[in-house]
Design a protein around this ligand. Sequence first.
Ligand code: ADP
Ligand code: MG
Length: 328
Amino acid sequence: MIKKLAADISMRIAAGEVIERPSSLAKELIENSLDAGARSISIQTEQGGKNSFVIEDDGCGIAFEELPLALERYATSKISDIEDLERISTLGYRGEALASIAAVSRMEIRSRARGAESGGVIRCEAGEITLHSETPAKSGTRVQIDDLFFNLPARRKFLKTSSAELRRIVQIVNDYALIHPEVAFRLSEENRKILEYGNAESVDECLLRRWGRQTRIYRSQAQSGALSVRIWWNPAPDSRRIAVTLFVNGRRVQDAAVRAAIVSQDAASYGEWLVLIELPAQEVDVNIHPTKEEIRFRRSGDVFKTVYDCAKALFAQRLSINTGPAAA
Ligand code: ADP
Ligand code: MG
């Protein structure tokens, strides 16, 4: 017999697609803070985010009356019609993150919208609003999530140790901090400072901070029409690993073709790579996966070739340096 699932059950199942683990909170909530124009983002976790995850920003805030709407599924301030999907300039647009998190945790949001006299607080437990009231609040937004997946025991059991979960959060904060020199990031776990990045001047400065001041960084850029590719490479001769961090229009994604363009270069493309691709929003479909971690390029051949050529230029630089000035 076919039965329709109760709304709270289907919501819990859907939520599990967007929120896989504590690092999904980091991704979704950092993206929300960036979309809100934050210049400072601070995260505190307990047990790698499993017990508690708190994020505070100084962004535009949420008006008191809009707090319940922010928690509602498919409610977003970022797009309003289907054409907008063709020109997305924000990281969010599906209006799913807060609703999903709310469905599988105990959540509290405190916020004060820029220019508003007072702020608001909303609390939600397993998708049910338990409190919504006006309250004095700092300008900006603070989101606290306790007991992630407390009502989804199978998912909760599948989480890794606190330190393994924390490592994934660190990776996400590190990556977003790389491409947002204008934003200060902080992360602490059980009051222990894990990361602290002040504002920087440029991506180069962020990379030196991440890879070490002594690192020799190779850098190249390429352009093909409206497609722009920038690549940074930190060759690690003693490593057999190729780590590619890719951002497309500010979105942290995985892409097999971009990776292939780098890996297929040379047997010695070991090391760490940062690839930043910018292209008009209508050239890329970000709407193919709930976590938006995969994308589709309309002209993937063009993207592959431009990344390939750009990476090739880095190898040429390296060769000319290795053979020394005399050979130049
Ligand atoms: P989306 O980001 O796809 O719009 P979310 O569920 O992540 O969906 O957020 C819903 C809405 O709540 C956003 O569209 C935005 O208006 C508001 N919001 C969420 N987080 C913040 C924040 N940190 N600062 C200001 N507004 C926020
Ligand atoms: Mg969002």
